[in-house]
Design a protein around this ligand. Structure first.
Ligand SMILES: NC(=O)c1ccc[n+]([C@@H]2O[C@H](COP(=O)([O-])OP(=O)(O)OC[C@H]3O[C@@H](n4cnc5c(N)ncnc54)[C@H](O)[C@@H]3O)[C@@H](O)[C@H]2O)c1
Length: 252
């Protein structure tokens, strides 16, 4: 049995969280280019309004850690035609620290967004799709860090290992409703913010590049097509995977 995303490219409504950020905007651009209606959600209301205007998308101010707000957002969208695909992209990347030094509250803050926030959106979307008669696709944005450790990044990495696990959990339960749940797991991505901190030729950039068999960090445009594919009917028989887009870093 295959489970196509309701509607074909060009007629879907896609909700993307973390839409004010570098990867979220790139994913939004790819869906918009396919003619889809894009709703960009972010907790930074001003930034998401600006990003949405630039992309011809609809902005939605939303903090994904608030389950009631997530449910309310999906109710509101259900009344305005519904949502066919959810891209759970919002995440925090900035909490770092070693096992011996990281404060528990810092760890808690990253789990709250990356794991509980992802779960809140997934739950609200799944309830919406089931009421709508089933079908639909979720793509969670994970990280290969969930499978390959880097010293000092374990809080973030363990949150992404949980995202991979939540992906499989939801995939097996929601398959009966024709809802597919997958993840895309990038290696380091050259968002405008990352590029500022790691300009070409810098020691930090060289250190990351040297771990990547295909030679350099990913561009945002390397990530978006994998997301669009997993959300589409072409991936109708794929659920529960976390697709690495990492230039081969996991091979090393
Ligand atoms: N940049 C990378 O190298 C990289 C690599 C692997 C995975 N990722 C993942 O890709 C996703 C996007 O990363 P990015 O590089 O674009 O980061 P970014 O910081 O540019 O964007 C993240 C966005 O999420 C939003 N956000 C944070 N907490 C939120 C909340 N509680 N509710 C709603 N919105 C919230 C932020 O306001 C921001 O606009 C993240 O999940 C990240 O973990 C990034």
């Amino acid at each position: 049995m295959t489970s196509p995303t309701p509607g074909s490219a060009g007629s879907r409504t896609v909700l993307i969280t973390g839409g004010a950020g570098g990867i979220g905007q790139g994913i939004a651009r790819a869906f918009a280019a396919a003619g889809d209606r894009v709703i960009l959600a972010d907790r930074d209301a001003a930034a998401v309004a600006a990003a949405a205007e630039a992309l011809g998308a609809e902005p939605l101010a939303l903090d994904i850690t608030d389950a009631a707000s997530a449910a309310e957002a999906l109710h509101g969208l259900a009344e305005r035609g519904g949502v066919d695909a959810l891209v759970n992209n919002a995440g925090i990347l900035s909490v770092h620290g070693t096992v011996t030094e990281l404060e528990p509250d810092a760890y808690r803050s990253i789990l709250e967004v990356n794991v509980i926030g992802t779960f809140n959106m997934l739950q609200a979307f799944a309830r919406h799709r089931i009421v709508a008669g089933g079908g639909g696709a979720v793509v969670n944005i994970s990280s290969i860090g969930g499978r390959q450790p880097t010293p000092g990044m374990g809080a973030y990495e363990s949150s992404k290992a949980a995202v991979d696990s939540v992906t499989r959990w939801a995939a097996i339960e929601l398959a009966a409703h024709g809802i597919r749940v997958n993840a895309v797991a990038p290696g380091p991505v050259l968002t405008p913010m990352l590029e500022m901190g790691m300009p070409e030729g810098s020691p930090a950039r060289e250190a990351w590049s040297s771990r990547i068999p295909l030679g350099d960090l990913a561009q945002v445009s390397d990530i978006a097509p994998a997301v669009v594919f997993l959300a589409s009917g072409s991936a109708g028989h794929i659920t529960g995977v976390s697709l690495a887009v990492d230039g081969g870093q996991l091979l090393t």
